[in-house]
Design a protein around this ligand. Sequence first.
Ligand SMILES: [Zn+2]
Length: 134
Amino acid sequence: MKKRFALVLAAAFFAAAALLYLYFTGEGEGAGIPCVFYKATGFYCSGCGASRALRSILHLDFYQAIRYNAVFTFALPFIAAYFSALIISFIRFGEDRISRKIPMAPIWIFIAAAVLYGVLRNIPVFDFLAPVSL
Ligand SMILES: [Zn+2]
C-alpha cells in the first residue's frame, strides 16, 4: 500500500511539474513533444498538436486547443476523470477497482474515431483538422 501510494504521489508530482512547465513555456520555445511519425513521414498523426493543445487549455484558450488537436481536447476530460478515479481507488482500496467497470465499446469507438481523425487531417479537403496556430 505504501509503495503504491508513493508511486501515485510521484506520478501526481511529475504530472504537476509537466503542466507547470507547459504553462510557463511559450509557443515555439520547443516545449512540445516532437512527433516521431511526423518527422519520419511528414504526415500528421492523431496526436500531433496535443502538447500545444494542452498548453492552450492551461491558458484557457479552448478554441485554439481544438484547432491544435480536437480529439485530444475532447478526450482530455475523460482521461483526467479516469486517472483521478484510479488514484482515488488506489488511495482508498490499494488496488484498481475502476478499470474493469468501464465498458469497452465506447473506448473502441473512440480509438476508431482517433485513427480516422489522424487520416483525415492529412487530406487537403480536411486541412482545417491540421494542427495550426491562428
Ligand atoms: Zn504526430
